[in-house]
Design a protein around this ligand. Structure first.
Ligand SMILES: C[S@@+](CC[C@H](N)C(=O)[O-])C[C@H]1O[C@@H](n2cnc3c(N)ncnc32)[C@H](O)[C@@H]1O
Length: 273
């Protein structure tokens, strides 16, 4: 069996970034990463060697590291993920930040998260705003199972519904948030294989044009927001102006678009009239 040093060299030669190779190897051993530096000559057991080989093969086939490790950090908490949900992205934390700015810590509020996936937004808001009543929806039953598990593990009180957007759900809400699918079908082939072949298409693609969910979600949210309540949406690439155009000026005010750390328009906020 290879030594730890050899195992790492093997991974790096297979184009695995050093940092993720170390994280995976430490997980195989059930140790901290520092152990790899302290014991470079220590050998993997046969069982560990088999596990290591299998993980390297999965990575070579484009499998996301988060699927192998089974989780992803989001807003300082670990969410379980798998092929049934989108892996939470760092830019989605901006949705959470914008939402938290709208709801003071000790204010009771009703919040809806549409297309909850792993539950990362809903669970985070429920934990950060303990007096809020948070509901979350998804059309994917597998995603809802994952989200419920995450809520339970993290101790968040969220009501989950299997429904299309907000169908069958009554307002009024103070806040509706969503990171919806926003790609057009034609964009799918151009995605990185790690995303295209390993993340659920229902989480990525909205329809032939890409704006289908925004088109339906904006009026559905407006119907259920109290006057003065906020809609907060994650934006896809170059979608800020088209999505802004979907907001009827008679129904919405204070429309604000915020950029992410890379300078892309990422978060749209609008207040219901
Ligand atoms: C981009 S993912 C976002 C997941 C999670 N909120 C996040 O930010 O990581 C979009 C989610 O919307 C769900 N979805 C797609 N169409 C939907 C619909 N019509 N109604 C409700 N949820 C939908 C997908 O199953 C997926 O979980």
């Amino acid at each position: 069996m290879p030594t730890l040093q050899q195992a790492l060299a093997q991974a790096v030669a297979a184009h695995e970034p050093r940092i993720s190779a170390e994280v995976m190897l430490a997980r195989v051993l059930g140790r901290e990463r520092s152990y790899l530096y302290a014991h470079p000559e220590s050998e993997l057991t046969a069982e560990q060697g088999a596990q290591w080989r299998q993980w390297l093969d999965r990575r070579a086939a484009g499998g996301p590291l988060q699927h192998i490790l089974g989780g992803q950090e989001f807003y300082g908490r670990r969410f379980s993920v798998g092929p049934d949900v989108l892996i939470p992205r760092p830019e989605t934390e901006l949705i959470v930040e914008a939402a938290l700015e709208r709801i003071p810590y000790d204010q009771p509020a009703r919040i809806a998260d549409i297309g909850t996936g792993s539950g990362c937004i809903a669970v985070t808001l429920a934990l950060e705003r303990p007096r809020a009543h948070v509901i979350a929806t998804d059309v994917s039953l597998a995603a809802l199972t994952r989200a419920r598990d995450n809520a339970k593990t993290l101790g968040a009180n969220v009501e989950f519904y299997a429904t299309d957007l907000l169908a069958g759900i009554a307002g009024p809400f103070d806040l509706v948030v969503s990171n919806p699918p926003y790609l057009a079908e034609s964009e799918l082939p151009d995605l990185a294989p790690e995303v295209r072949d390993h993340e659920p298409h229902v989480a990525l693609v909205a329809g032939p044009e890409g704006d289908e969910i925004y088109r339906r979600l904006i009026p559905a949210a407006r119907e259920r927001l109290r006057p003065g309540g906020w809609l907060i949406l994650e934006l896809g690439y170059a979608s800020a102006q088209p999505v802004r155009g979907l907001l009827n000026p008679a129904a919405w005010r204070q429309i604000e678009i915020r950029r992410d750390h890379q300078g892309w328009d990422r978060v749209l906020q609008a207040q219901a009239n």
